[in-house]
Design a binder for this molecule. Sequence first.
Ligand code: F6P
Length: 361
Amino acid sequence: MAKKRIGILTSGGDCPGLNATIRGVAKACFERMGEDSIEIVGIQNGYYGLINNIARDMNPMEFSGILTQGGTILGTKRQPFKMMSVIEEDNVDKVKAMKDTYKKQKLDCLLTLGGNGTHKTANLLSEEGLNVIGLPKTIDNDIFGTDVTFGFHTAVDTATDVIDKLHTTAASHSRILLVEIMGNKAGWLTLYAGIAGGADIIVIPEIPYDPQKIIEAVNRRTKSGKSFSIIAVAEGAYDINEAQLKKKERAKRRAEAGITTATSVLAAEVQKATGIEARVCVPGHMLRGGSPSAYDRILATKFGVRAASLIEKGIYGMSVAMVDGTITENKLSDIAGKTKFVTPDCQLVQTARKLGVSFGD
Ligand code: F6P
């Protein structure tokens, strides 16, 4: 019987759990179909490697010892979906090049581990006739059609640890500490870490904030004898005035003002109005680093094993998912191009509100 050749790539921002997923797929494929019937081709640096045919056959030993390893052994790169079908200065037809690599590498299928952009390109390749399976990765947890993405819970743990540490210093100095948490479009990470870390104010893109409401929330704390406040701000948060603007106009105005995120502006506003010193902490890429948590190791393993069973059955054009706690899959065409946002009236937001957490609205 001809060997099955499985291409794997990791694309977009890295996160903990990529290696655990790669391991899960590989081990389950070897286990279910036999090591002699499977060849795994590692494609380097995401779709860039697929476009440029940078790929190599991997030794089964390479999938051992990587469960706990952060980052990705395959390397990754951002390759924006909107440019995939555009021929740029280098004159390369990227879609054709990816299909050519698939053929040259004699792949039977391609696994793409990534976030929303990765899934859009995965769907495009599926529509072009390639056998593609997506695996949902991102610390942002914003992939449509899955309860959770791998990498998210590790990032929640890391961000929570940051907030815990900020608490002791904020309390000692009677300061307001604003922590800027990754998440450009969706506020899941800020919401979860904010609640887990006991932030007093949580600011997310899905709930545009009124600086005055945040100032009032801090003043309420001061009145009740609390000398410090912790404000968790999502990287992509914006205020009620910016909410009136189209995304491009918002970006333009921020560029003109020399700011990228709202956090430092908010810090200055709150400091001025309350008279309490406000400082900003940006953990940034630390949130994407480190070893996956136990939760993410298990999730990544479950996702990987599900992908292996899809390969065994020859079911393609899918993205593995968790729906209502059960591992399943969605059609790529049903989820590509959609984002899972926090709904402002969801149970978690309501829970936080009942505790007295302000969302600045
Ligand atoms: O997509 C995950 C993410 O970490 C976002 O939360 C963040 O906005 C973005 O990646 C940062 O990307 P980069 O590392 O390319 O700056």
